[in-house]
Ligand binder design. Sequence first.
Ligand code: UDP
Length: 367
Amino acid sequence: MKKYLIIGSGFSGAVIAEQLSKDPNNKIVVIDERDHIGGNCYTERDKDSNVMIHKYGPHIFNTDNKEVWDYIQQFCEMVPFVNRVKSIYNGQVFSLPINLHTINQFFGKTFNPEEAKVFIDSIADKSINEPRNFEEQAMKFIGKDLYNAFFYGYTKKQWGCEPTELPASILKRLPVRFNYNDNYYANPFQGIPKDGYTAIFENLLAAKNIEVRLNTKFDSSWDLTEYEHVFYSGPIDAFFDYKYGRLSYRTVTFEKHSAEGDYQGNPVINYADPEVPYTRVHEHKHFTPWEEHEKTVYFKEFSKETEEQDVPYYPKRLKEDMEIFEKYENEANTLSNISFVGRLATYRYMDMHHVIAEALNVVKKNK
Ligand code: UDP
């Protein structure tokens, strides 16, 4: 019998556990410090309204990876879902990601695609060849006015620093479109699991040779020698007792509100004005349009720097972080029986589908 330890029951840990469980000679122990499985993807029904709540913020599954899309659907029924996000700026509602509607509304024009391209090209900053940061990336592609309206204030609120300090890669996540397509994601496969995300984790972890221990926090005093291999998905700096210093993460907090009927008529509305203290409002019943609910629940989302007790969400990856991270990564690479997986342990801005793809690969390598 081979014994494996998996630290964390988010997508990294749960997928690795599921893959290893196929061999009946394997015994897999999955631990999680929380009182539930699923990490930040956890969903539960609100007791009062029965609306499915994304407790740690909205999760819309989207991927261009057919293998991941086919894989996940073994564990849930995905209902096709297109995320159409709005942004409120200066007293008006605009469409995101920036598309022809946004451009025409913002500049008071009726451009067709070609005219809009020529116009944006005329206001974009062509002096920037290789954007070195978030701000330069935005200036190069959409110019100062759209950047100031939709990105500067929002990004400062979300990340708590100047966009010039952030990597250009963060903005590359969002497309700019010269048509009226307002699908927030560009990936071909998009959906929301019919029964919520927690049910996926229950299915991933259902095998008899998987033991899940909740409320169990890993620390460096654990004896790992009895395990064939260990998969760690917690923060990499915590694994090494912060010996090279703390990495910076942003965290988000939510203010929960309940009401009758429909609060905002859309799943997600972003607030670009810097004076509004929250970044966005998500109204959860709009993530399950196939269900009917008289009541509604919405969360106002606030962003702040992570303190010790907070859940880390977004790796900031500032220059000083990357210097520290390199030291942890080098040390992690010397530990051949431990794999570091997922957003927190690899200190990367990964989506669910990236995490699943990585988990499937890491098992292939360490079986
Ligand atoms: N962003 C912005 N304004 C918006 C939406 C996004 O400035 O209305 C920026 C923000 O810095 C964010 C990045 O674009 O971190 C990527 O957005 P995405 O929606 O992918 O972020 P996530 O879903 O991870 O919160």
